[in-house]
Design a protein around this ligand. Structure first.
Ligand code: 3UK
Length: 541
């Protein structure tokens, strides 16, 4: 039986506080600085809500949440929800230009920011004409000592003093289950990222349809996600799911390099003091990187019972090697920002590597043909390749202020995933590529066109084409074919450094090849498929 729907009046933050009221002494969060119990978390969330109201933030107004993973991130997110204010949780790896767009598009009235990200935020605000943004307050987490009174003309408040000043808010804002609760941005191949609007109920559904029943999370788990909280995957992994069952969460501000992740898995940090995670969530590239790392800890040093993978397809070999080493399975499942979390997944004890498993109960899938109708099953039960559509209760409401793209993606009860899939005779779904130009690199969207536009801004570059290539492990990497201007010189490193400086750094092309010309049609369009063919030939030869 499926879980009951939440009541019509429903505030997800208040729901979590009620669920966990029975164990105030239990550990909720362990970040790089401190341990926060469920009792302290509830108090801080209510203080944060009061603090937002004291800054004159009103229901439905948006607040940019630009923070490194920490207890403050969780308090900020839930404090907003409790107050009915709408956090817009954004990627911490973007450029000032990206944030300027988001501030303006979301009409953010305030920003919650980690101190190291304050200069980039200031640059973003500075880049906007007065009147082009509405940011009235900035609250700075981990402020250190030298916090300026204002940044780009906007008053700054140090998080600890701001929180301490407030009396905890007694009652949550009486939100509807279906009203906008928070936004996440999702990138497309062209145009600016889309503000994906999610409800209070959507959070509840992801926890009750996936975290609890499929992953089987309980209050005895200690979870750790390499995927950050600003990704829909990380948000479910390290906030929605564990806090819905009274589990403990390990949070880490730094980039999830293999050594940083190993330190957490083995409990080797001062705040962890030997407390090792039982559940780990990552993306396939991260699993591959750890397996290849010389400091991979032996099985005895970790306490993993279960691992999760999403963001890109998990190559079978990586899953098998991980399980052989640690004894724990990796549960590969496909989710999206639009559906908020995983809707098709393997099951603990029933993993077939190389597949995305079967639909998560509560979600329905269709593989549709070119005529838009579901493809019929073959006599053996398999379904040929087609476009994957999903129906389920955690779909976003819309993309903010973008009717065309909203209609393309959210088609009544069905959501178009943009993925191609097949189904095998046993009913398992198998990923078969995207049907747009988007690439998933380390589980994160990269638009080849955005990278190309940046490449041609390099003074030595005449033109460029970017495609995805498959590496020896079966993972997607970006490759740039670059034509230099006559007489101009540049090295691979120059080109990569230019991309890292002008784009979110993770978008830089992993491979660069200089070519005398690009294959083109008679009308001058670049034939990316020819480049892909060339790569495929090269891989065989
Ligand atoms: C691809 C996968 C094969 C696929 C996400 C879990 O990745 C997440 O969200 P995004 O919006 O990207 C969605 C797209 O990524 N993808 C994700 N998982 C898999 N492809 N196998 C997989 N297991 O193209 C999908 O449409 O960044 C993942 C939970 C929440 C998420 N938002």
């Amino acid at each position: 039986a499926l879980p009951p729907a939440p009541p019509e009046r429903f505030n997800f933050a208040a729901h979590l506080l009620t669920l966990n009221a029975a164990w105030p002494e239990r550990t909720a969060l362990i970040d790089d600085h401190e341990t926060v119990t469920y009792g302290e978390l509830a108090e801080r969330v209510r203080r944060c809500a009061a603090g937002l109201r004291a800054l004159d933030l009103r229901r439905e107004e948006r607040v940019l949440l630009l923070m490194h993973d920490s207890a403050d991130w969780v308090v900020g997110f839930l404090g907003c929800l409790y107050a009915g204010v709408v956090p817009v949780a954004v990627n911490t790896l973007l450029t000032a230009d990206d944030y300027a767009y988001q501030l303006r598009h979301a009409r953010a009235q305030a920003a919650l920011v980690s101190a190291p990200l304050l200069p980039t935020l200031a640059q973003a605000i500075d880049a906007l004409d007065p009147g082009a943004h509405e940011v009235r307050h900035i609250v700075v987490s981990q402020p250190g000592t030298a916090l300026p009174a204002d940044v780009a003309g906007v008053p700054c408040h140090p998080w600890p003093a701001w929180l301490a000043r407030q009396a905890p808010d007694g009652a949550p804002t009486d939100t509807a289950a279906d009203e906008p609760a928070f936004w996440l941005y999702s990138s497309g191949s062209t145009g600016r990222p889309k503000g994906t609007v999610h409800t209070h109920a959507n959070l509840y559904w992801t926890a009750e349809l996936y975290g609890r029943p499929v992953l089987g999370l309980t209050a005895d788990d200690r979870v750790f996600s390499a995927a950050k909280l600003f990704f829909a995957y990380g948000l479910g992994n390290a906030l929605t799911f564990p806090l819905s069952v009274g589990a403990s969460v390990v949070l880490m501000a730094e980039r999830p390099t293999p050594p940083a992740v190993f330190a957490r898995l083995t409990g080797r940090t001062p705040t962890l003091a030997g407390q090792r995670p039982t559940v780990f969530y990552g993306a396939p590239t991260g699993y591959g990187g750890m397996l290849a790392h010389p400091d991979l800890p032996p099985r005895e040093q970790v306490a993993l019972r279960l691992c999760s993978s999403a963001g890109e397809a998990l190559p079978r070999d990586i899953g098998e090697r991980w399980t052989a080493h640690f004894g724990a399975e990796i549960i590969d499942g496909i989710g999206s920002t639009e559906m908020l979390h995983i809707y098709c997944s393997n099951r603990p004890g029933d993993v077939v590597y190389g597949t995305s498993g079967t639909p998560v109960p509560g979600y329905e899938l269709e593989i549709r043909g070119e005529d838009g109708r579901p493809l019929p099953a073959n006599p053996d039960g398999s379904i040929d390749i087609g476009d994957l559509y999903v129906r389920g209760p955690s779909a976003a409401l819309m993309y903010w202020n973008n009717r065309d793209k909203s209609r393309e993606t959210f088609q009544g009860a069905w959501t178009r995933t943009g993925d191609k899939y097949t189904r095998d005779a046993s009913g398992r779904y198998i990923y078969a590529g995207r049907n747009d130009d988007m690439l998933k690199v380390s589980g994160i969207y990269v638009s080849p066109f955005e990278v190309e536009a940046t490449l041609v801004r390099h003074p030595a570059v005449l033109e460029a084409a970017v495609i995805g290539v498959t590496d020896a492990e079966g993972l997607t990497k970006t490759k740039a074919y670059v034509v230099l201007r006559p007489g101009a010189q540049a090295t691979v490193e120059d080109i990569q450094a230019h991309c890292k400086a002008h784009l979110a750094p993770y978008k830089y092309p992993r491979y660069v090849e200089f070519v005398p010309e690009l294959p083109k049609t008679a009308t001058g369009k670049i034939q990316r498929f020819r480049l892909r063919e060339r790569e495929a030939m090269g891989a065989k030869g």
